[in-house]
Write a new protein. Structure first.
Ligand SMILES: Cc1ncc(COP(=O)(O)O)c(C=O)c1O
Length: 449
């Protein structure tokens, strides 16, 4: 990296026709559809390519450094090149990257998670959040002997067939408010799989109970993200999770929490904050210290389905790279550095940031608000109070969100193109000021357009 420039405006030099990113894209698009392997990095006229990063800063191919408030989709809670992770991984690299046998760090990371997260008695590792969700669903099916699952409308759980359902439904197809339709949210999913997934409206106790009662003997599990990103981090309404737990317990349906993102909100995850007593929990992102990771944990009675020696229903789960020593040592170093005080500091920064950014929105007179919890925030281009997914859907909101994303990039701040952002431990008050200033400039730019 050579003399990166920390621009506060006019940072989008990568959009110029002769930029390095444009050149790179012309070559990449010949070998990679859309020039990038992740659908959510798609942007016009081409993706932003990055050469590296340290702490909370990332530098693009043009040499422009931006404050990284997306941290590889919230996974890098310590930012880039966090020294304890670099040291742990470097040491492990010279001891071997993977074996066909277990290594001690797998036990240490499992123990750390079980000791912190209330719903965990045992854990199994995989390589992504998608895999963690898939393993949880399979475990619930094996344990209950039932096939169907239910999910909440507007919640994203990765790209396993059963859950790529109704996470960006739109009118007029989305069905009734209290009986949302099961719609495919991606191509390539067999129609019968989509219909197998029952869709529930978030925070509507009555409708949730009615739908679960109607399908009680078919359902293996309800999967819930206690703080769903795509829904704008709308928290559970008081009593919703408790009621869900009571109803599912009465019907022998398991509750799976998807904490792939929400584990970030505190030492005990979102379940420590909001309750809900899940049988199974899917995890990912921060627990891998920046390396590919997924983990499924839960009550020992249910987790027994992963034990090849157990009697009764079992599921076969393997994975050449599951629990690989690099991820395990990186995850351990990252998680050990997240003590109570560190989470409290992140939460305090997050609370102050959300208050300040909401003020910026108000002063700008434009539709929008900032939601979130702990170190997570979401810039939502709608003004009405949010109670469920449908409240977040408004004509033109997605386009405004994308324009804000581009304007923030130009103001030197990286968030996701849907407004998702997060803080990292290398950040402090100076970075909060910078985010605040960037939002002011970005909204002013949008007003001028
Ligand atoms: C809540 C949630 N669940 C599951 C996933 C899938 O995780 P991964 O991208 O690691 O497969 C994501 C990814 O963003 C997520 O946000």
């Amino acid at each position: 990296m050579k003399d990166p420039q920390r621009l506060q405006s006019g940072a989008n030099t990568f959009l110029k026709a002769g930029s390095k990113c444009a050149q790179w894209f012309r070559e990449a698009v010949r070998y990679i559809p859309a020039g990038t392997s992740k659908a959510n990095l798609y942007m016009l006229p081409h993706p932003l390519y990055v050469q590296g990063g340290t702490g909370c800063w990332a530098t693009d191919l043009e040499g422009v450094e931006r404050l990284d408030c997306i941290n590889n989709f919230t996974s890098l809670i310590h930012g880039h090149a966090f020294p304890p992770v670099v040291q742990a991984v470097t040491a492990q690299l010279s001891r071997g990257t993977n074996f066909a046998f277990s290594t001690p760090d797998e036990l240490l990371l499992a123990k750390l998670l079980v000791e912190r997260i209330p719903g965990l008695e045992q854990v199994r590792f995989g390589n992504s959040g998608t895999e963690a969700v898939m393993m949880a669903i399979k475990a619930a099916r094996a344990f209950t002997g039932r096939d169907r699952i239910a999910k909440i409308e507007g919640a994203y759980h990765g790209y396993y067939d059963d859950v790529q359902v109704s996470f960006h439904s739109e009118p007029p197809d989305w069905g009734l408010d209290d009986a949302p339709a099961s719609l495919p949210s991606s191509g390539g999913i067999p129609k019968h799989r989509v219909q197998e997934t029952l869709v529930l409206p978030w925070n509507d106790q009555e409708a949730t109970e009615r739908l679960l009662t109607r399908h009680k003997s078919e359902l293996a599990a309800v999967i819930v993200d206690p703080l769903a990103n795509r829904m704008g981090f709308v928290p559970p309404a008081p009593g919703y999770l408790k009621h869900l737990r009571e109803v599912t317990r009465a019907y022998g349906i398991l509750v799976i929490f998807d904490e792939v993102i929400s584990l970030r909100v505190g030492f005990t995850g979102a379940q420590g904050r909001y309750g809900g007593d899940p049988d199974l929990t899917a995890m990912g992102k921060i627990i891998g210290g920046g390396f590919p990771v997924g983990a499924t944990g839960g009550k020992a009675e249910v987790m027994a389905v992963f034990d090849p020696g157990t009697k009764g229903p079992r599921i076969l789960s393997g994975g050449t790279f599951s629990a690989n020593p690099i991820t395990m040592t990186a995850g351990l170093a990252a998680m050990q550095a997240l003590d109570h005080a560190t989470f409290a500091r992140l939460e305090d920064m997050g609370t102050r940031l959300r208050t300040r950014l909401n003020d910026v929105f108000k002063r700008s007179g434009q539709a929008g608000q900032v939601t979130g919890d702990g170190s997570l925030f979401r810039l939502m281009m709608v003004s009405r109070p949010l109670r469920n997914y449908r409240d977040t859907v408004e004509a033109g909101a997605d386009q405004r969100s994308y324009r804000l994303f581009m304007a923030l990039l130009d103001a030197g701040i990286m968030v996701n193109n849907n407004g998702l952002g997060c803080l990292s431990t290398p950040m402090g008050d100076a970075e909060l000021d910078r985010i605040n200033g960037a939002l002011e400039r970005a909204l002013a730019a949008l007003a001028r357009e």
